[in-house]
Design a protein around this ligand. Sequence first.
Ligand SMILES: [Zn+2]
Length: 415
Amino acid sequence: MARREGEQRMTRQSLTIRSLRTQNRSAALAHLITARDGTRAEIAAAAGLSSASAANIVADLIAEGLVAETGLLASQGGRPTSVLEPVADGAYFIGADVGERGVAVELFDLTMTRVDREFRGGSTEESPDTIAHDLTDAVEALRQRNRDRWSRVVGVGLGLPGIVETDDAGVQTLYAENLGWDPVAVRPLLGHDLPLFAENGAKTLAKAEQWFGAAHGVEHAVVVLFGRGVGLGVISDGELLRGSASSATEWGHLCLDRSGPVCRCGRRGCVEAFLGAQGILDRWAAAGGRFDGSGWTAIGELLDAAQTGDPVAHDTVENLIDDLGTALGGLVNLFNPERVIVGGWVGMRLMQHLSPRIEATTRAASLARPGAQFELRSCTFGGDTVALGAAVMPLESLIAAPVEEVRSRAARAAG
Ligand SMILES: [Zn+2]
């Protein structure tokens, strides 16, 4: 009996030591990937480690092939200090932006530099069946071209156009109500035997901004995406807000006006019906605006016409700024962010032309105190970043645990 207790205590102790070492490895690797390089002393300071622990962890990461010494810094009076960097070729991640207009699949190295990409679709609207085909086909094309890298691909992340739920067994389902799709099982979408991760597209974008962009280094941020649809990711206390079953922050379908224009979700007056690209252009057309293009071109025509004094375009843009301020001010009151970060292809254009006005209307629509506590910024990454954000999911899995553990966990989830 005494022996058994002793054994259990030993197991617990070794588990604790192991999980501490895993945590230290995570902190050191995350620091090197975001900072791009660093010395052992910098890693120790950033990750809160003793210099002996930092040296051990760095030795582990070098042995895993993820980190290398790439240079020397002269130090005062002592031995020169080694500079460490992530090994670009040490691990790869696939991120896929799955939208109703097609599937963009991108391959990133450990420095999160895109090294290859493949696009499928674009001719017709996607459905769950065509997505499975296009995604599998695009990943296969990447595999054919990157055979020497393929054994180091950690996994595939999908940014999906709807709510992505994960059940207790790790099984994921996509609910894309506004596209009129029945619930879609996520795992069968990929006909490749790689660890698979999935998340709502706007939430993956918020992740990309948190790791590498405008939300880096803050604990509280709202990242809003204006494009064809409207999306939101909220970072609260450093974590992405998900709610009880992951649908939290489906802000695009928050009602601004019950008698407003009909939204793609079938309801009226949603944020998306006012501030999605089509909603903006419909209102311009209804006011008498005339334009030839659609999408990107037409939004550009609207902003140009407003700037050159076209009265209809001017009024449309004024209304747009007011609506935008009302919508963003609501987020400021709800979440008390340090940063409000605006992106998406429509959002980036609006920020480029109108950020001081957007800031003023947002502050005016917020309560005075939280309205004075945020800064407004554009997304670091353009409209086309869902794939990068999706690739952050397998990156996070590698940061959390060595690659063999990622693979065995994914195999268990796939059943
Ligand atoms: Zn809606």
